[in-house]
Design a protein around this ligand. Structure first.
Ligand SMILES: [Zn+2]
Length: 203
């Protein structure tokens, strides 16, 4: 069995990192507002600008507090390209309220797989016929055992599971790259620990 991981920033477990608290779309927005079920959600598909706060240091992995969007430095993008990491595209993120020593990018994750809801102990009880938003039999944050159907993984190094677009998953190669290039404020934990609090990052 292959090993898979959850990758994110590590801002909530470490100190002093700046994070994006406000975003300004500079590209077309993905609009998920739904008249039928009342779901509201919109975020820029590609470029955007941010205001940052909360620390003194510019990290390689920057938390986006406004929306669950992945923001990384150019160093990370360069390392991923050098190492042949697949499954993403990257669009410029401009820091507006401070002069930044790093260039940033919005990572759009393109790899896909199917979650193993049964293994996670979840049941879909309702799906909106208009926007396909799903409702589970228990709150999503009560899940602390994330699982995927390995045979449905498309083989991309960066990927997400259907129904869970905000949880970015990655292969062993992304973990190795993060260690080799010493990416800062990067949190990578085994898939099964994806939702657990207090688990130490492997990077
Ligand atoms: Zn809907």
């Amino acid at each position: 069995m292959k090993r898979f991981y959850h990758i994110s920033d590590n801002t909530l477990n470490s100190r002093g990192w700046l994070y994006a608290y406000k975003i300004y779309p500079l590209s077309e927005e993905q609009v998920n507002d739904c008249q039928v079920c009342g779901r509201i959600g919109r975020y820029p598909k590609r470029e955007f600008a941010v205001d940052v706060e909360g620390g003194k240091k510019f990290p390689d992995f920057m938390m986006c507090a406004a929306y669950p969007l992945m923001i990384v430095s150019k160093d990370v993008i360069d390392a991923w390209k050098t190492e042949g990491i697949s499954g993403f595209s990257a669009y410029p993120v401009t820091v507006r309220n401070m002069s930044s020593p790093k260039e940033y990018y919005h990572v759009v994750v393109e790899g896909r797989c199917e979650p193993d809801l049964e293994k996670m102990g979840f049941k879909i009880v309702k799906q909106c016929e208009s926007c396909s938003a799903v409702t589970y039999d228990k709150p999503i944050w009560s899940n602390d055992n994330f699982a995927i159907k390995e045979e449905t993984w498309d083989g991309k190094d960066l990927f997400t599971a259907r129904y869970f677009p905000a949880i970015v998953l990655c292969s062993e190669r992304v973990l190795e790259t993060a260690k080799k290039y010493k990416h800062t404020n990067c949190r990578i934990v085994p898939l099964e620990d994806a939702q657990k609090i207090g688990v130490k990052s492997l990077v």
